[in-house]
Design a protein around this ligand. Structure first.
Ligand SMILES: Cc1cc2nc3c(=O)[nH]c(=O)nc-3n(C[C@H](O)[C@H](O)[C@H](O)COP(=O)(O)OP(=O)(O)OC[C@H]3O[C@@H](n4cnc5c(N)ncnc54)[C@H](O)[C@@H]3O)c2cc1C
Length: 467
């Protein structure tokens, strides 16, 4: 009798689940029914681009140049992603506080020229560096930073020319690429350059630099970045307004760019294009596109609305990320003429641990300082600004209250996978997704964190997408 009751209960629960699932499926399917939308809310395009950061903007503009119709979906109110520009309200001076410089290669110079934006050499000078342990405020005497030492690291990097442009790894993958970076530093006697390397690894926080898989470091401190740092082969806009590129791109895209918008549901059959329901400030829109180009961080949570299948989800769930924040502050009490670099007095190679600051640098506008902050876990703006204020008090010995002018979260940053996943062919499997269910991928998770490299990768991908 008891058994029968349990069976009946089990059957009724199953039936209830089936009814709910069917109801949800019906509702989901209905969301893609064009007859439910006003015709002005249905957008038919050749390609839907998701994410309007560096690569999404580049991809959308270039696809239009190729004669394709596009729609771009960006969750923020502006295009640009990791690019942040603050306009000083008093002087009108632009201050870049996210992306600073671009690799001086044709794909970059051509893109700026396309928008008639003047660029010139990147560099900062005119101030001295104070090295201080930000946890105590104590300056570290007789400490130097010599970027010439980076050539020893660069010599090692040069053994792997393919890494510049791809995730094509030698087969079998050399142990050197898979060992923790701290071990790699010891093996190749790079101890003298370890601190200099840390200063340019902004945003690589999880895991700690010395515990990073060496190839993951090499995909950040890559040939592009080394060419920029060692040879000075970097450019920036002459107005110090990297945001201009994205303002002009947005003007050109016009209503083809849906800002403050996200995809809430997707249908991606094996072939025959994609349908996306997009939540926008003007209500839901239905996008019907032949192809989908995804440029956003490929984390499971971010990709959930895209109807991911098991193959996709099993790859995306392997990614972990770093936490990275930037901001501008004035009223610091600093005397001027100095930048402050964090250097741990008692830690290996003087590399500080996180959460904490990389540096506090003067900007083009007198009295306004730029800071970059790394953390192992997600932090709030309030938590970060409180910590930055404490450090400023320590360094300045002033009672002035710092005034925070701008803040941007760049979390999730630097998506990467473990040495085991790399050994097991993660990137071959990820790249095999290209074209799967009419969906294509570019962006930092796929290739690199250098805009020049990303644009180059995207440029090569576009003909395959439209083929
Ligand atoms: C502080 C900082 C400084 C940097 N400096 C440089 C530099 O000087 N030079 C350089 O070459 N590189 C620099 N980088 C590296 C930078 O990551 C790359 O240059 C490049 O911006 C990465 O482009 P992306 O398109 O992959 O990502 P992003 O530019 O981040 O673009 C992704 C876009 O997708 C949007 N998005 C995310 N999720 C969704 C969603 N679900 N739906 C819709 N939209 C979504 C985001 O809002 C964002 O706009 C810097 C990075 C940071 C954080």
């Amino acid at each position: 009798m008891k058994l029968l009751a349990v069976f009946l209960l089990y059957a009724s629960i199953r039936e209830a689940i089936a009814v709910t699932t069917n109801r949800e499926q019906r509702r989901d399917t209905a969301a893609f029914d064009p007859s439910r939308y006003d015709s002005s809310d249905i957008i038919y395009r050749d390609v839907a681009v998701i994410g309007g950061g560096s690569t999404g903007t580049y991809g959308a503009i270039k696809l239009r140049d190729m004669g394709k119709s596009v729609v771009l979906v960006e969750k923020e109110q502006v295009l640009g992603g990791h690019e942040n520009t603050y306009i000083d309200p008093t002087t009108g001076t632009p201050i870049d506080f996210g992306v600073q410089a671009y690799w001086n290669i044709p794909v970059v110079t051509d893109f700026f020229a396309r928008f008639n934006i003047s660029i010139g050499p990147y560099g900062f000078s005119g101030y001295s560096t104070t090295f201080a342990d930000f946890t105590t405020g104590q300056t570290i005497p007789n400490f130097t930073l010599n970027y010439n030492l980076l050539t020893a690291y660069n010599d090692q990097l040069n053994k792997y020319p393919d890494l510049s442009w791809s995730w094509n790894l030698p087969s079998p993958i050399p142990d050197d690429l898979l060992m923790p970076f701290g071990q790699f530093i010891e093996k190749y006697s790079l101890q003298d350059s370890a601190y200099a390397l840390w200063t340019i690894t902004g945003g690589v926080t999880n895991p700690f630099l010395l515990d990073q898989v060496t190839v993951n470091v090499m995909k950040w401190l890559d040939h592009a970045y080394m060419d920029e740092t060692i040879n000075g082969n970097a450019v920036t806009t002459t107005k110090h307004d990297n945001g201009e590129l994205y303002v002009k791109a947005l003007a050109e895209l016009g209503s083809d760019a849906l800002l403050s918008s996200t995809v809430t549901a997707a249908q991606r059959p094996e072939e025959g294009g994609v349908s996306l329901v997009v939540s926008t400030p003007k209500g839901d829109k239905l996008i019907v596109a032949s192809k989908l180009l995804i440029t956003i961080p490929l984390l499971v949570g971010n990709m959930k609305p895209f109807d991911v299948d098991d193959t996709e989800e099993n790859l995306f769930k392997k990614f972990h990320y770093s936490c990275y924040y930037v901001g501008l502050v004035n009223n610091t009490g600093f005397p001027g003429g100095y930048r402050y670099l964090n250097a741990a007095a008692n830690d290996t190679y003087n590399i500080p641990h996180f959460p904490g600051l990389y540096f506090i640098n003067p900007t083009i506008e007198k009295g306004i300082y730029l800071y970059w902050y790394g953390s192992l876990t997600d932090l709030t703006q309030e938590e970060i600004e409180s910590d930055v204020a404490t450090v400023i008090h320590r360094l300045s010995n002033s009672t002035q209250e710092p005034n925070f002018l701008a803040f941007a979260s760049h979390t999730p940053f630097k998506l990467e996978v473990t040495a085991d996943d790399i050994t097991n062919g993660f990137y071959d499997q990820l790249y095999a997704l290209q074209g799967h269910r009419d969906t294509w991928y570019t962006g930092a998770a796929m290739i690199s964190h250098n805009a020049g490299v990303l644009w180059n990768f995207t440029q090569a991908l576009l003909p395959r997408i439209v083929a």
